[in-house]
Design a protein around this ligand. Structure first.
Ligand code: ASP
Ligand code: MG
Length: 437
């Protein structure tokens, strides 16, 4: 079984839906395809929800009306047969009745979750009916029947595996399955989701529990690039990445993949392939457990970083000092990205400064505190194990004329990170591409 995932742009128009249907049927063997909502729909649904939260029912109803109109147009252009037009109109009509009922009812904890779930419910049903019209025997597996997260928001892998395998076993003769990305049930059994961009995660979870042959993530770019194409000219797709390299890149800014997405595939050693819907024959990026020795693969940047330096008031880093520092970040549920220590102090970075003032107040009890805002982490990813010679030096050399606030190396075998001012970011990315690739 292969798991295929198509994002919102890939199914963003009737034409795209038709092309994606072609890509799915081109694949040999069994496939389970995860679809996102058509592009723009999740945002529209969230706008409808925002109007309801503001108690503006008339705005919500106008927005629902225009969304409905959009889907009427999609239906008119997607199906050639009057029968399927009527079927799709009735299915989509039922979803809109439900949306209208949610909008009319009193607002509660589940209103938003149920409303946003409709993007994926609609896109998968449209694709399903289209495939049936084309004579393709596809089966739509409702994600709400098997995808589940626990009270901590983590996927319930055992439950997912059991229920999904049960559903699949009911259709032994079927080769083509469809399902919704993003949506799930929570520990209360209510409709919920895996956070924005969560369809990648759905695909990886499914790939993991089914020990799939591979997970294909289809987007509108030909794989992960070796630098940020928005700032650097002539970036290139990286054809092979180790799971750890891909995770670092996703976390540190490469927007193509949802950072948590890799984990379930990685744990189960299921390769993840990034492919381009607009250019299906391009090689893309294959992410698996193999490492190309001695190469630097890519550079990524993470914006909006705040650096905090704490100098111990006792001059030497007494034992227990770091623990007390970390406890403060734990108390305010603020993750730390980068860290560097010296005899007398510690520097670290955060990207969530919601509780910065409270954190600083607490840190001041431990020593002298200083803060640098508006910083960027530049992450260089590749085979950077410590036994290799010269790779850190190359990266550092590229940044020779840029003030570097912090360096982090050795936390993994796969990256070296630099903290610089955001005004130096573009220059740094270009210099790194020039010197490394
Ligand atoms: N439709 C959801 C979103 O826009 C999930 C996804 O596309 O992955 O965030
Ligand atoms: Mg996405």
């Amino acid at each position: 079984m292969k798991v295929l995932k198509f994002g919102g742009t890939s199914v963003g128009t009737p034409q795209r839906i038709k092309e994606v249907a072609g890509l799915i049927t081109d694949e040999k063997g069994k496939t389970l395809t995860v679809l996102s909502a058509m592009s723009g729909t999740t945002n529209s649904l969230l706008e409808i929800d925002a109007a309801l939260q503001n108690d503006d029912k008339s705005k919500a109803s106008d927005l629902l009306g225009s969304l409905r109109k959009k889907y009427d147009d999609v239906i008119a252009n997607l199906y050639s047969s009057e029968d399927y037009k009527a079927k799709a109109t009735s299915i989509v009509g039922d979803f809109f009745l439900r949306l209208e009922a949610l909008a009319a009812a009193d607002y509660n904890d589940y209103t938003q979750r149920e409303i946003v779930a409709h993007g994926e419910l609609i896109s998968t049903n449209l694709m399903h009916q289209y495939m049936l019209q084309q004579g393709i025997k596809a089966v739509l597996l409702p994600a709400l029947d098997y995808m589940k997260k626990d009270a901590a928001g983590e996927p319930e892998f055992d439950h997912i595996s059991k229920e999904l395998n049960r559903l699949l076993s009911e259709h032994k003769d079927t080769d083509i399955f469809l399902t919704q990305g993003y949506i799930c049930r929570n520990h209360e059994g209510g409709v919920d989701n895996l956070d924005r961009g969560g369809s990648d995660y759905t695909a990886s979870i499914i790939g993991g529990v089914l020990r799939a042959e591979e997970v294909q993530i289809w987007t509108d770019i030909d794989g992960m690039h070796n630098n940020d194409p928005r700032f650097v000219e002539e970036t290139e797709a990286v054809h092979n990445l180790h799971f750890e390299e891909a995770a670092e890149l996703a976390y540190f800014g490469a927007k193509i993949l949802h950072p948590t997405c890799i984990q379930p595939a990685k744990v189960n050693n299921v390769p993840v392939r990034l492919l381009n819907t607009m250019e299906p024959t391009a090689e893309g990026t294959l992410i698996d457990n193999s490492l190309s020795r001695g190469t630097i693969k890519a550079v990524a940047a993470k914006d909006g970083i705040t650096a905090i330096k704490i100098k111990s008031s006792r001059m030497l880093l007494a034992y227990g000092f770091l623990k007390r520092v970390f406890e403060i970040f734990e108390k305010y549920e603020t993750p730390i990205d980068m860290i560097a220590t010296s005899e007398v102090g510690v520097s670290l970075t955060i990207d969530n400064d919601a509780n910065l003032n409270a954190i600083l107040e607490d840190l001041k009890k431990l020593g002298t505190v200083s803060v640098d805002r508006d910083m960027v982490i530049i992450c260089v990813v590749g085979d950077l194990s410590w036994q290799n010679r010269g790779f850190e030096a190359k990266a550092l050399d590229a940044l020779r004329n840029i003030p570097v606030r912090m360096i982090s190396y050795g936390g993994s075998n796969y990256n070296v990170s630099f903290l610089i001012r955001s005004c130096d970011k573009v220059k740094a990315l270009r210099l790194l591409s020039y010197h490394l690739f």
